[in-house]
Design a protein around this ligand. Structure first.
Ligand SMILES: NC(=O)c1ccc[n+]([C@@H]2O[C@H](COP(=O)([O-])OP(=O)(O)OC[C@H]3O[C@@H](n4cnc5c(N)ncnc54)[C@H](OP(=O)(O)O)[C@@H]3O)[C@@H](O)[C@H]2O)c1
Length: 288
């Protein structure tokens, strides 16, 4: 059962060739904010696996609506974990690089100390704890970062890559942050990795990191988008010291996929992933 089929990752998972039968209810059939709805859907369909890609992940909005952030990112995850426990179902749910504080300069492993800096990260960490505490034998939490996918991110008004290409229609000079170092990840690669992970015979429940290899800041990522698209826009790096208004973001949140790598699951480098995405979405304009 796949929750979030209209989202970037959900639609990428649905687009994968798989021998599995995937039941993907829309929000009208399964609203994760309703405990009854979660229990009913899982009891009725008795899936082998529940993959929850739904979240409240508009980071600034989580500061404004912290109770809603906890309701969706923690309480609903707990309700799904409880329902999966009852039916002995594997529960796969997602989290974020924003559970880390960004004080390091080398990639964070799955077992490193978390230290979220804002309500979004706090609510996601609470969700991780809810899933793994309530369902230690069934819950797989996958942390990922900076997603972009063919369906765009409706909840964020489009994904980062598409927004930068749209910016170039109206501006010849743009400013882009160079202060945050991240692992931008293409949902096509992530979807394949998620399916490989849940099919893996040696999968053990717990926390996993799945991101494209390598690291960059958003300024470097933006430059790569324009280079690959052969768009001439001047990009000026801007250092906000990780601040968005009064809200803090981690300066370094690159994830090391150490546990998935041990199972032979390795995602491509972010540059190859970006080129693949641009080819698929923009075809000839992306140099192919
Ligand atoms: N995007 C990123 O940069 C990023 C970074 C790190 C981690 N992640 C995590 O990765 C996962 C997938 O992200 P994404 O970018 O694919 O998300 P997305 O594009 O925003 O899609 C979210 C999906 O969840 C559904 N949804 C939201 N609230 C729901 C509810 N109450 N009940 C049922 N369905 C609901 C949405 O349905 P509607 O169409 O009905 O709204 C949509 O299908 C999330 O957990 C996200 O936080 C994302």
């Amino acid at each position: 059962m796949l929750i979030g089929k209209t989202g970037q990752l959900g639609s990428s998972i649905l687009a994968e060739q798989t021998t599995h039968q995937i039941y993907a209810p829309g929000r009208a059939e399964l609203d994760i904010e309703s405990k009854d709805s979660c229990e009913r859907a899982i009891a009725e369909f008795r899936p082998d696996v529940v993959i929850n890609t739904a979240a409240f992940h508009n980071v600034p909005q989580c500061e404004v609506e912290p109770l809603r952030a906890f309701a969706v990112n923690c309480q609903s995850v707990r309700d799904l974990a409880l329902a999966c426990n009852k039916s002995n179902t594997l529960f796969v749910t997602f989290s974020t690089d924003y559970v880390f504080g960004g004080e390091k300069k080398t990639p964070y492993r799955e077992d490193e100390r978390t230290k979220p800096l804002q309500m979004y990260g706090i609510s996601r960490l609470a969700g991780e704890l809810a899933a793994t505490a309530i369902s230690p034998r069934h819950a797989v939490v996958i942390r990922t970062c900076g997603l972009y996918g063919l369906s765009g991110a409706i909840s964020k008004g489009g994904n980062f890559v598409d927004k930068r290409i749209a910016d170039a229609q109206t501006s010849s000079v743009i400013e882009m942050g160079c202060d945050q170092i991240v692992s931008p990840t293409y949902t096509g690669n992530l979807a394949q990795a998620v399916l490989k992970l849940i099919e893996h015979p040696q999968l053990v429940p717990g926390i996993y990191h799945l991101v494209n290899e390598g690291e960059c800041n958003w300024f470097e990522f933006t430059q790569a988008i324009y280079e690959m698209m052969k768009i001439s826009v001047k990009v000026n790096p801007i250092d906000r010291g990780g601040m968005s208004g009064e809200m803090r973001r981690p300066l370094y949140s690159v994830l090391a996929n150490t546990k998935a790598r041990e199972l032979g699951i390795i995602l491509p480098h972010w540059r190859n992933a970006l080129q693949l995405y641009l080819n698929k979405k923009y075809g000839a304009a992306a140099g192919k």
